[in-house]
Design a protein around this ligand. Structure first.
Ligand SMILES: Cc1cc2nc3c(=O)[nH]c(=O)nc-3n(C[C@H](O)[C@H](O)[C@H](O)COP(=O)(O)O)c2cc1C
Length: 354
């Protein structure tokens, strides 16, 4: 595999990718009210179509799954129609695009929502920390309501419906966001999952929600090969903590490793232990590594066979033609965290390609 680098064509089941570069899912908070992506997003994603695969920003599969200001959803006809324009623009430029489903669980504030439903989570454990709202500025996130076991099939069904909606909107596939302390990770992690039923306690029970969500998404998409997943083992973001992440994630990846999924995206957030090395052999499919990569470290990882794809996040915000710049060794524009989540075109669609 020593000849594989970022610019080697790759394959996600069902289609070829022009390189080994994935654009990371990134919330950009430019959506219109009621979870509808704006026309600016058409240009933003089309500008980045040279990625081997684009993963969209986190998209709520249902209204209560939306928690942040100006973030999009995929549960109704108006939202589907808006997303269709985005997939059309990316495909017209020869790109591929998956939608990331981000059900935030307890990481939400009512002022950011277009539903009055209260937050749901595996257990009624409030998250420490505050969240931005456009009307009330920074706010505590209210304690969520613990899901009754009878409600869980309905939440799984929301992912299935969202999958059908995403496929109707022209996406090449869908990704389950099981990272960064959102709902699936709230089920995986011991501090947020204090259930004593079949969805909590033992690791087999804590991974159940994720496995069922993936299966439902695969069924709705017509094939597991259209379903990817992102995990971030041991990442403390959003007040999440697991007593034994090595056990949790090796058990999870063993359970899903032979399902025939599109890919597994692992975000490594601390140097040790290497979850790339630990999880790669357990997953029988395209393996995507992310978190702080540059051209050199990415090519080293690919050449060593440690991953099949490298995921780039922040660099894609300010370098829409990142693959070409990396290939040519052209200068990279520094990203600007001040405009990651601000409304409007500035810092979103204003970066130029070479
Ligand atoms: C502005 C911004 C928004 C993000 N939003 C999401 C998101 O919606 N879903 C997600 O899975 N990760 C999100 N992330 C994390 C990225 O997907 C990625 O894992 C992280 O930035 C590390 O990659 P990097 O070092 O190449 O930027 C976000 C990161 C940034 C910078």
């Amino acid at each position: 595999m020593a000849d594989v680098n970022l610019f080697t064509p790759g394959r996600i089941d069902g289609f070829d990718t022009r390189n080994r570069i994935m654009m990371a899912p990134m919330t950009r908070s430019r959506a219109l009210p009621k979870g509808v992506p704006s026309d600016l997003a058409i240009e933003y994603y089309a500008q980045r179509a040279s990625a081997g695969l684009i993963i969209t920003e986190g998209v709520a599969p249902c209204a209560v799954g939306l928690g942040y200001a100006r973030t999009p959803a995929i549960e109704n006809a108006e939202q589907i129609a808006a997303w269709k324009k985005i997939t059309g623009a990316v495909h017209a430029k020869g790109g591929h695009i998956f939608m990331q489903f981000m059900h935030v669980g307890r990481i939400a504030h009512p002022a950011n929502r277009y539903t009055t439903e209260s937050s749901i989570a595996p257990s009624a454990v409030q998250a420490a920390g505050q969240m931005w709202t456009d009307t009330l500025q920074m706010q505590d996130m209210p304690a969520p309501r613990a899901l009754d076991i009878k409600e869980i099939p309905g939440v799984i069904e929301d992912y299935a419906k969202a999958t059908k909606n995403a496929m109707a909107a022209g996406f090449d596939g869908v990704e389950l966001h099981s990272a960064s302390g959102y709902l699936p990770m709230q089920f995986l992690s011991s501090n947020t999952n204090q259930r004593t039923d079949g969805y909590g306690g033992s690791v087999t029970n804590r991974i159940r929600f994720v496995v069922e969500a993936l299966e439902a998404m695969g069924k709705a998409a017509g094939s597991m090969s259209k379903v990817g997943m992102k995990i971030s083992p041991a990442m403390p973001f959003n007040d999440i903590h697991d007593a034994n992440p090595v056990e949790t994630y090796t058990t999870l990846v063993k359970a899903i490793g032979s399902m025939g999924m599109a890919y597994l995206h692992v975000l490594q957030s601390a140097p040790e232990p290497s979850y790339f090395q630990m999880l790669r052999p357990l997953f029988k499919g395209p393996f995507a590594a992310g978190g702080g990569f540059n051209k050199e470290s990415a090519n080293k990882m690919l050449a060593s066979g440690g991953a099949d794809f490298i995921v780039f996040g922040k660099l894609f915000t300010s370098n829409p033609d990142l693959p070409a710049r990396l290939e040519k060794g052209a200068p990279l524009v520094d990203f600007d965290a001040n405009t990651f989540y601000t409304p409007g075109a500035e810092g979103y669609t204003t970066y130029k390609s070479l």
